[in-house]
Structures are given as C-alpha cells and as structure tokens.
Design a protein around this ligand. Structure first.
Ligand code: M6R
Length: 369
C-alpha cells in the first residue's frame, strides 16, 4: 500500500504533482476562467464580503497565512488569519459580511470545528477547505471546496498542504474574478500559470538528491533556523514545523526582516539556516533585502542553505548550499519552495532513526481541544 516507498510520507511527497493537478481539475474552464459554482455561495455574498477571516491549525494555518497575501492582493478585501485554538476565546468581530474560511485536511480538527461554530453563531458565512469528503467541518459549513489530495496517511502533512494552497489560490482568484478588480489581467495570467504548476512541482521532485544528502550530513545538529519574507515567511514556518515533528529538532521560522530585532543573536558558527528567497523579478526589493540578510548571517558564521529561483545569480556568492526551484509568479512560489523542505525533514528524520509516518506524541487528526 506504500506503493514501493519505505514510508507513506515519501509516497505522499511524490504524489504532489497529481494532487495539485487533481485539485485544479474541472475548476478552470476552456476560456481560462474559474468555475467554482460547486461552492454554492451566492455571488452576492462574495461581492458584499467586507472581511475574510481564516481559521486553521498547524500546517493548514500556514496555508492560511499564504492565502492572506493572495486574497488581499487580488481582491483588496482585508483578511485575517488566526490559529483556530485562539480564535473564539478573544471575542472576534464577525457579522454577515464576514467570510470565514476554515482549512482542515481531516475535517475533524476540534479547534477548527469550534472556531467555525463560533463564527456561524455570530452570523458569518463559513467556507471549508477540506480533504475529507463528508467529514464534520464541511458538514457544518455553509460551503465547501474540497482538495483532491487523496488519503493522507503520514502524520506530517505534505500533499494536503500543497492542495490547500491551490484551493486558497482558487478562492482568492475567484473572489477577484467575481468582484472584478483592477488585477483582472494578472488574475487571468496567474490562472494560466496555476494550470501548469503541477509540472513544476514534478521538476522540483526530480532534483531532490542533493537535498537528501545535505539532510543526512546535518543529522547530528541540534538546531536549524528558517528565514523567509512575503509568502516565503509562512514557508519558513512550515519548514520548521516539519523538522520539529519529524526530526525532533529545535527548528524555528522567522520573517527575515525580524532578524535584527532579536533572532540574529542565535547565529553561531556552523548553525544551519535555510533561507527561502523571493523571486528577483517580481519582488526585487525584497530580494535585495534578503540577499543582505544572507550576507549578514553568513558573516556571523551561519551555514547558509539557500532556496532560490533558477537563474538567480545574486545569491550564489553567499550560499553554502544552493537549492534551485523553478521560477513562478511570486504568490505561487510556496507550491515549489515547500517541497525541498519536506524532503529535507523526512530525510533528517530517517537519518536520526525516527519513525517517519508516526512521529512520537502526535496523532493524524486532533479531535480534542
Ligand atoms: O486535519 P487538519 O488539517 O485540521 O490538521 C491540522 C494540524 O493538526 C496538522 O496540519 C498538523 O499540524 C500536521 N501534523 C502538520 O504536519
């Protein structure tokens, strides 16, 4: 049932191109527009929404953080993202014009379920993004957009995450399409890029051997830090979470701009730091800033592991290890940048003799608050 792989996690990492393609299937029409009538939310509700609030836990929360960048950019609707476990306890401001998006692979996460119940009690409309047909979260929501990742068995979420991202992009683009924004041309271009993205994920998977080698060489380290900016910041958080749960290592993700406000004090000789570099084309200001961050930490002894777009030469002098990813539109980069981090964590866990599919102390779905 592991399809020839040693672990479900490896199989699920490899299934990502298909999972991404399946989640897009039937949702883009021949003219290149999105058809999400399956949502069955009246267009009026989507047009009148004044705020989007995303609630989720763990990896799904990271997908939500990335969704915020996409939703605010393409729709100009203010968007908040909140850990489901914190949400209802702070008396959040919600009404009929709030669209709440609950993201959950299992559809059974109690924290997320309680958050969405609270939102509906306040009159908000709830859209679930979920991978499990007929599970509790979609049943209790006003609408659902299913991810089509297929069953995810490994506790560490991989393919479900990529499909959550796809679903979030679809919702963001659809909101933009329905409401009509000045980004119409960009939205059409991104839909086109999105429809090609599974092939790019596949290309990343084909180049992972050096990442595995690198992971093995770091198996005796105690700490790994992850840095990113813009959508690379949640990717850094996701890379750190994967490493914690699989390798039982101290791993932290930071927004690279925050380094100087504290975390840079952690940098010491030979400390591995993974840096997710934004595209030099569409995010040139951020790109230059992150290149200076890489220089700063390297000058203090960090071992820099740089994830950068093909053709980005500016990072080369400062990268102790360079992991190349294909160029994508800026907002879509997490779909390709996350993959090496999954492979990295999985290989480190294996090298440390850990149980990859069933990490200690964790359950696949967390049905208690
Ligand atoms: O089933 P859900 O998406 O609601 O689960 C949320 C988290 O428990 C889950 O993403 C968890 O963080 C994973 N183990 C991360 O790999």
């Amino acid at each position: 049932e592991k399809g020839g792989y040693d672990y479900f996690m490896l199989k699920e990492i490899a299934e990502q191109p298909k999972a991404v393609a399946d989640t897009l299937l039937g949702r883009i029409d021949a003219s290149g527009s999105l058809t999400l009538d399956e949502l069955r939310i009246p267009h009026g509700v989507l047009r009148e929404a004044q705020k989007v609030v995303i609630v989720a836990c763990g990896t799904a929360f990271h997908a939500g953080l990335i969704a915020k960048y996409a939703i605010e950019h393409w729709t100009r609707i203010p968007c908040e993202v909140e850990l489901a476990s914190e949400f209802r306890y702070r008396d959040p401001i919600l009404d009929q014009r709030t669209l709440v998006i609950a993201i959950s692979q299992s559809g059974e996460t109690m924290d997320t379920l309680m958050a969405l119940r609270h939102a509906r009690e306040q009159g908000a409309k709830v859209l679930a993004i979920c991978n499990t047909n007929g599970s509790t979260i979609p049943r209790e929501s006003d609408a659902v957009l299913y991810t089509h990742a297929g069953p995810e068995v490994a506790v560490a979420s991989t393919k479900a995450f990529l499909t959550q991202l796809v679903a979030c992009y679809l919702v963001a683009l659809y909101l933009g399409q329905v409401r009509g924004t000045k980004w119409g041309d960009e939205i059409r271009a991104v839909i086109r890029d999105l429809s090609q993205i599974a092939g790019e994920v596949d290309r990343v998977l084909e180049t992972m051997e050096p990442v595995r080698e690198l992971a093995r060489s770091l198996s005796r380290k105690n700490t790994v830090l992850f840095l990113g900016r813009h959508v690379g910041y949640p990717v850094a958080l996701e890379g750190a979470l994967k490493l914690k749960e699989l390798a039982y290592m101290h791993a932290e993700g930071f927004a690279a701009g925050e380094l100087k406000h504290g975390p840079i004090a952690l940098i010491e000789n030979d400390l591995p730091v993974v840096i997710v570099v934004p595209s030099p084309r569409s995010r040139s200001v951020l790109h230059d800033k992150i290149v200076s961050n890489i220089q700063e930490i390297r000058a203090r002894g960090a071992r820099t592991i740089v994830i950068a777009e093909e053709g980005d030469e500016a990072v080369e002098p400062y990268a102790d290890h360079l992991i190349r990813i294909p160029a994508t539109p800026a907002l879509l980069q997490p779909l390709v940048a996350t993959v090496p981090l999954q492979v990295f964590a999985c290989e480190l866990a294996t090298a440390r003799g850990n149980e990859v599919d069933q990490p200690r102390n964790l359950a696949k779905s967390v049905t208690v608050e």
